[in-house]
Design a protein around this ligand. Structure first.
Ligand code: SCA
Length: 568
């Protein structure tokens, strides 16, 4: 064992030497030199060390890269969008000018549900929880003066993800960019919509058809673009425990792997396009353990169960957002402290990308000032605390490693439960996509996921009410001298203007071209799944300036809707 440790360290050392490092000062505040990684002392034989290992090596418990953040720090990716495309474009430019590393689009509720701003369903909601995007014309404005070939953009949208992605591609073409080289992430994850967030358009099967088409299209034509961000965030925010968040999300990821495999795609080509998105909540060590367990479980399942052979196909890369649900309306300045601690957990867990919430987000979308504090929070951690100097600085902590093992074991128990719901692993021939996918679909249809989450939320709420769990400013230390916050208010004028702009664009576009593109889309949607990929057809509609509502409704004529069974 001692030799293995020495051999492992030598292997890590060779890879570290060969890797690119940032040109930075890797010493403590007092000037002391620190090693890029720490491990067991020479001659020690810690049991189970192969589960911990070295950064950059399977099972990647300690991170994906031998250099950790010495190679590259995480991407500061602040989720933003409000009002119309012009206002949001100004915010993006502010973020990029202030040191934000990538963009992340928040759409408004009508857009997330596939409605145009002039739809009766959109009334009163346009531009409120994000930006309104009706067609590629809005995309043009959203990214005005931001060359899409030079930034990475994340788009948080799932039901209408594919039409929105096509509008993004069409806008990039109009900027003169080579769309095959675009890099970014589309959320797309529909499983978590049925499980937690409840923003779907169609039943699961048609959504999976579209997602399969997208995975195939990106792997073939836009290899750097990540078509799926498998999301635990919304599951956690709905009330799940850390282990449930981890297990449901990874199970969803396995479901998409099975989808890719069922379409005959090469796992080593499509798996790097799957990335993840987690919550970082307030239990400092539990969150770090969750992130480390996530990497380990994913790598093992990808290699041993699904046959991924390259490191990139075994890597779990993830974005993190600090927990929106942990923010309080009472004494809102305390939220800066909460967010800092949650962000630190994410960083110590090795996040690849991070959003820090603003202190006022429990009340409204952030003001420019609160958005700046949120951004600066990440920069303080990155530039001042020294945590970026050492890869996985907490690796080997007895408490943390035990917690990592514990949360991993709990996740494995949940995977077994999901597999059983789908009929288990022994009847694989009966599963048209795969056993995990069958389990997930069964759990969605019978309400299992929702009721598990509801039960956890209930238990936590009860613990709060019994004073077993505590929140400063809410059930502890409630007296305060802090006053009211100025919050951002979106004027209803935005909706009027957006509707007027949409009417004007509808009037000046080539209507015959739009009609023909939508006809072709309807025909392609009606054709059997095996007859062709829908993405090029949707892209043509987007290029013709068909609106999001028109594209989604056209597919909806064939795909139909989905209503969840009521449950008490
Ligand atoms: C993979 C991630 C997680 C991160 O991608 P990024 O491009 O930012 O970072 P990355 O891929 O980790 O790193 C960029 C490049 O640097 C390389 N790189 C990184 N670290 C390195 C190191 N130490 N040594 C050498 N190379 C390194 C990577 O391999 C990659 O290159 P290569 O590409 O060559 O490998 C992606 O999917 C992403 O950006 N996700 C964001 C999702 C998001 O923002 N969602 C918002 C949801 S908000 C929401 O849902 C709303 C919730 C609410 O309701 O509030």
């Amino acid at each position: 064992m001692g030799d293995d440790i020495a051999a492992g360290r030598a292997r890590w050392q060779a890879r570290y030497e060969a890797a690119r490092k940032r040109d930075a000062d890797f010493t403590t505040l007092s000037g002391a030199r620190v090693e890029p990684v720490y491990g067991p002392p020479e001659g020690a034989e810690p049991p189970g060390f192969d589960r911990i290992g070295w950064p950059g090596e399977f099972p990647f418990t300690r991170g994906l890269y031998p250099t950790g953040y010495r190679g590259r720090t995480w991407t500061i990716r602040q989720f933003a969008g409000f009002g119309n495309a012009r206002q949001t474009n100004e915010r993006y430019r502010m973020i990029l000018e202030s040191g934000g590393g990538g963009l992340s689009v928040a759409f408004d509720m009508p857009t997330l549900m596939g409605y145009d701003s002039d739809d009766s369903q959109a009334l009163g909601e346009v531009g409120h929880c994000g930006v309104a995007v009706d067609s590629v014309a809005d995309m043009d404005v959203l990214f005005d003066s931001i060359p899409l070939g030079e930034t990475t953009t994340s788009m948080t949208i799932s039901g209408p993800a594919i039409p929105m992605f096509c509008m993004y591609l069409a806008a990039a073409e109009r900027q003169g960019q080579d769309i095959t080289r675009l890099n970014g992430t589309l959320q797309t994850d529909i499983f978590k919509e049925y499980i937690a967030q409840k923003e779907w358009l169609y039943p699961p099967r048609p959504h999976l058809r579209l997602i399969g088409d997208l995975m195939e299209y990106c792997a073939e034509h836009i290899p750097a673009f990540k078509p799926l961000s498998v999301s635990g965030y919304h599951i956690r925010e709905a009330g799940a425990t850390a282990a449930q968040e981890l297990a449901f999300t990874l199970a969803d990821g396995f479901g998409y792997v099975e989808l890719g495999l069922s379409r005959g795609l090469d796992i080593d080509r499509f798996a790097p396009g799957l990335s993840f998105f987690f919550d970082s909540h307030l239990d400092f060590f539990e969150e770090i353990a969750k992130f480390r367990a996530a990497r380990r479980i994913w790598a093992r399942w990808m290699r041993d169960r699904y046959g991924a052979t390259t490191q990139r196909a075994q890597w779990l890369r993830f974005h993190t957002q600090t927990a929106g649900v942990s923010l309080t309306a009472q004494q809102p300045y305390n939220n800066v402290v909460r967010t800092s601690l949650e962000a630190l957990s994410a960083v110590l867990g090795g996040t690849n990308s991070l959003h820090t919430n603003a202190l006022d987000e429990t009340l409204a979308l952030p003001t420019e000032q609160s958005a700046e504090i949120a951004l600066r929070t990440q920069q303080v951690i990155m530039e001042e605390t020294g945590v970026v100097n050492v890869a996985d600085p907490l690796g080997g902590s007895w408490y943390l490693e035990a917690l990592t093992d514990q949360i991993e074991a709990e996740a494995e128990r949940i995977f077994e439960r999901i597999l059983r719901m789908g009929g288990g692993t022994d009847t694989e021939a009966e599963h048209d996509i795969g056993p995990m996918t069958s389990g997930i679909l069964a759990g969605i249809h019978n309400g299992w996921f929702s009721s598990e989450i509801a039960e956890s939320a209930f238990q936590y709420q009860r613990a709060l009410e019994k004073d077993e769990k505590r929140i400063v400013g809410v059930n502890r230390h409630t007296s305060t001298v802090s006053g009211e916050l100025e919050i951002l208010r979106i004027s209803h004028e935005v909706e009027r203007e957006q509707r007027a702009a949409l009417a004007e664009r509808r009037a000046r576009r080539d209507q015959a071209r739009v009609d023909a593109a939508l006809e072709r889309l309807l025909a392609a949607t009606r054709a059997p799944e095996s007859s062709g990929n829908l993405i090029p057809v949707i892209l043509d509609a987007a290029r013709a300036e068909a609106t999001l509502g028109e594209i989604c409704a056209t597919m909806g004529r064939e795909f139909g809707g989905y209503v969840e069974d009521p449950r008490f």
